[in-house]
Design a protein around this ligand. Structure first.
Ligand code: ATP
Length: 355
């Protein structure tokens, strides 16, 4: 067991970011053991307005130094670069820390949360592995716009970048150890050279995991299959932009973005944040669902457990997961996005009570 506290860098960000982070910190503080020290760093669109920089170097340094990073959400629609794009410091952070694996679990806690018929709790239980630092997002800040006539953003797929995320996906499927372990390669290999290359690397890596089934889906067809047979999926691995889109679609199957946690993981650093953005439409109204952020925090506990071989962290993660499961078993105990009446703070209090 570690003989010191874990230092957690806290990046609250913009919109509903600070509201959901506060609930996650409340949950962590309520876990009598283990112990954490939290250090807050400035970031996001508000930080840009105040300092001219949405991701100051002291924030990046603080994230590198910390044992893990908790992030709310960053960016505001009215705060943009001169080319019209929004500030996306969370994506810059992924690139700076080389957090290549975007891990996005999708789990249905209550039948009342899904728009699908004939699905029970636990039927929807899969993980999207989004390649996080290349793909179409490699063009971020680097695309071109010519003479007001043509604009180009390029899809960048590398062997190294694809190999490591696909390997991560197969390792994860092995760890999940479902009766039928499966990794689905989500691409558009029938049209794009870059995607055919992605698939060929998937095939190479798959040979090292004979106990895990291979499966393929074009991203457009997958959008339909996820609605028709979500039970089929275990782990899905895909390019950055496709991963961005299908994560939101998948979140819609389990009650929306307020229920979808996420972790951005690299070789020696990790950032834990909900799949949602800053949701400015509901910010500062007490309407944000904090569950995605709280579940992201449980992912952080599990990651710390594996990094530091710390059983106490696994116990803590299990406590949080169990508390959320208990709370979510009553559909009335929820925020407005799930047709409930509770405020962000009230739902956080209920989770703390369930711990
Ligand atoms: P980004 O591109 O930064 O990921 P986005 O455009 O996907 O952001 P979000 O900010 O994630 O947009 O939110 C989309 C909508 O989902 C919001 O307008 C809000 O209504 C809803 N939403 C997102 N997160 C939550 C939450 N935690 N609780 C309740 N509703 C949420």
């Amino acid at each position: 067991m570690l003989d010191r506290d874990y230092e957690i860098a806290v990046l609250k960000g913009d919109g509903i970011g600070p509201e959901v982070i506060d609930e996650a910190l409340k949950v962590l503080r309520a876990l009598v053991s283990p112990k954490f020290s939290f250090r807050e760093y400035p970031c996001g669109a508000k930080c840009f307005l105040e300092t001219g920089n949405p991701l100051p170097s002291e924030t990046i340094a603080g994230c590198r130094k910390a044992d893990a990073v908790l992030l709310g959400a960053m960016g505001l629609p009215d705060v943009r670069w001169p080319d019209g794009t929004e500030m996306r410091p969370q994506i810059d952070l992924r690139i700076q820390l080389d957090l290549f694996a975007g891990v996005r679990p999708i789990y249905l806690y209550n039948r009342a949360h899904t728009p699908l018929k004939n699905v029970s709790v636990g039927d929807i239980d899969f993980v999207i592995l989004r390649e996080n630092v290349e793909g179409l997002f490699a063009s971020m800040n680097g695309g071109i716009q010519l003479r007001g006539e043509v604009a180009v953003d390029s899809m960048v797929i590398t062997r190294t970048g694809t190999e490591r995320v696909v390997r991560f996906a197969f390792e994860l499927a092995k760890k999940r150890n479902r009766p039928e372990s499966r990794v689905t390669c989500v691409d558009k290999a029938n049209v794009f050279k870059s995607m055919a290359f992605f698939r060929s690397i998937y095939d190479e890596v798959a040979k090292d995991f004979p106990q895990v089934q291979t499966d393929y889906a074009y991203v457009d067809a997958l959008s339909m299959y996820l609605l028709q047979r979500p039970q089929f999926y275990d782990v899905l691995v895909t390019e950055n932009m496709y991963g961005d889109i299908i994560s939101d679609l998948a979140a819609g199957l389990i009650g929306g973005l307020g229920m979808a946690p996420s972790a951005d993981i690299g070789l020696d650093a990790a950032v834990f944040q909900p799949s949602h953005g800053t949701a400015p439409d509901i910010a500062n109204k007490g309407l944000a669902n904090p569950i995605a952020m709280i579940l992201s925090t449980a992912m952080m506990l599990r990651w710390l457990a594996s990094q530091y071989d710390d059983q106490e962290m696994i116990t803590a993660a299990e406590k949080v997961d169990k508390a959320v499961k208990n709370v979510m078993s009553d559909p009335k105990v929820s925020t407005k996005d799930l047709d409930g009446q509770l405020s962000t703070v009230e739902l956080g209090d209920v989770v703390v009570g369930a711990l």
